[in-house]
Design a protein around this ligand. Structure first.
Ligand SMILES: Cc1cc2nc3c(=O)[nH]c(=O)nc-3n(C[C@H](O)[C@H](O)[C@H](O)COP(=O)(O)OP(=O)(O)OC[C@H]3O[C@@H](n4cnc5c(N)ncnc54)[C@H](O)[C@@H]3O)c2cc1C
Length: 406
């Protein structure tokens, strides 16, 4: 019996003199109704980030009668989707140069197309107001000591403008914008390249809207449910969780950087991103999304504050972790950048700090595949989940839907 798979954790207590309350594990006290209605679905999706939610929405849109259950281990979705910086971006010039080396020009064109279409898809699905989409432009900045990188990037502007023209249907999207260095109050910056189509969103609003959309389509979402083991049997997949055993016909893992806990063979390397947000700053000049040091640092305005994240490159090995947390090295580097470059003439205090975990790999494309019979995955958005998360989720949803009907 599968229920043997999930061993009881309750401890019998015996005492003749006292009235004893035995606290049963929740799953030892489930009613017939609970077991019958909550612990089985046609499809179980593990992980309620942007990818999992979009996959659930796609399946329910294609097949409204298919039962879809989303299991999430956090009280809130606790991966990257609620902890990111909210850049609706498709690549700064220095990132595109690096990515062209890996993917080739045609491959990069396909990647940018996917990112741009992914952003349009997200906006169409939820609406700009629901995600607080604001096109304030994106800017890549270079310090004087980065002159050779800056020159290399400036020289590539026309190449990348030509490459993306048929995707975004606009000319001259990337332009030199050195005159804006003073407008934004930046110090110690020698050059600025603007991407006119880069925007910013509120990732919390995006996730609330996605959760509401999925629920409205009948997707059941259960939180505080950590999937610990999977087992494929002839009649379906069994999942052991901290809340009991679940069964389904197909399972889709959208656990991103944490996927190796269940599927160790997948090529996914975690990358922790540490983020800080200042207290409100009167007359803040900064407006837009900003990339520095090949994208290893990123900052933006949000509600009269500055959000800044990054510096993972200072100790890549230490940040290749799925553990949330802060390090002195990174926090100091973020503080220094705020003080010297972003807010040089302003007193500021950091009010919020957090970390989130991204998923990287040798290829820039996500892994969307059936990894074992009945077990699917859609993971590794390579730090660009706002742009490609919706499309990745939809592709995964369609793949699972097809296999249900095969
Ligand atoms: C600091 C930071 C800044 C970023 N900035 C940007 C940005 O500006 N623009 C951009 O496009 N992208 C950005 N990203 C990347 C983007 O957030 C991710 O690519 C995207 O959110 C990934 O979505 P996902 O659904 O694949 O995974 P996640 O959002 O990570 O979701 C995975 C979910 O699975 C759950 N889970 C894991 N294991 C289990 C289990 N065993 N059982 C149950 N549940 C489980 C987790 O709790 C989590 O909620 C950033 C990421 C970080 C960390």
């Amino acid at each position: 019996m599968f229920f043997d798979f999930v061993k009881s954790k309750s401890v019998p207590i015996f005492n003749r003199h006292k009235k004893i309350t035995i606290r049963l594990a929740m799953y030892d006290n489930l009613s017939y109704w609970e077991k019958k209605n909550f612990f089985h679905a046609d499809v179980i999706i593990v992980g309620s980030g942007i990818v999992g939610l979009n996959a659930a929405i796609a399946i329910k849109t294609l097949a409204p009668k298919t039962t879809v259950l989303l299991l999430e281990r956090g009280f809130l979705p606790s991966g990257a989707s609620t902890k990111n910086a909210g850049f609706a971006c498709f690549g700064s010039i220095s990132e595109l140069i690096e990515q062209e080396k890996i993917s080739g020009t045609d491959g990069l064109h396909a990647l940018i197309s996917k990112r741009w279409k992914g952003l349009l898809k997200l906006r169409n699905l939820l609406g700009d107001a629901q995600i607080s989409y604001q096109n304030n432009g994106g800017f890549e900045l270079f310090r004087p000591e980065q002159a050779s990188l800056s020159e290399k990037c400036v020289a590539k502007i026309s190449h990348f403008n030509a490459l993306i023209e048929d995707i975004v249907l606009q000319k001259n999207v990337y332009v030199q914008a050195d005159e804006k260095i003073d407008v934004f109050g930046l110090k110690g910056i020698a050059a600025l390249i603007e991407c006119k189509l880069e925007a910013q969103i509120d990732p919390g609003m995006m996730m609330k809207a996605l959760l509401a959309k999925a629920s409205s389509l009948g997707v059941q979402i259960l939180n505080n449910c950590n999937v610990e083991e999977l087992k494929v049997e002839s009649n379906g997949v069994y999942l052991k969780t901290n809340q009991g055993a679940f069964t389904c016909k197909k399972i889709l893992l959208t656990t991103n950087a944490f996927v190796n806990e269940l599927l160790p063979e997948l090529e996914v390397v975690p990358g922790r991103g540490q983020v800080v947000v200042t207290k409100p700053i009167p007359n803040l000049k900064l407006k837009g999304t900003f990339h520095y040091d090949k994208g290893y640092y990123y900052f933006r305005n949000i509600d009269d504050r500055v959000l800044l994240g990054g510096a993972r490159n200072l100790n890549m090995k230490a940040e290749e972790t799925t553990a949330f947390g802060e390090t002195e090295l990174v926090q100091e580097a973020l503080h220094t950048l705020l003080k010297e470059v972003i807010l040089p003439e302003t007193n500021f205090e950091i009010e919020h700090k957090w970390s989130g975990i991204m998923a990287f790999g040798p290829k820039l494309t996500p892994i969307v595949e059936e990894v074992q019979p009945h077990i699917f995955c859609a993971v590794r958005c390579n730090g660009m989940g706002i742009a490609i998360g919706s499309q990745t989720g939809q592709e995964a949803g369609e793949m699972v839907f097809k296999s249900l009907n095969a």
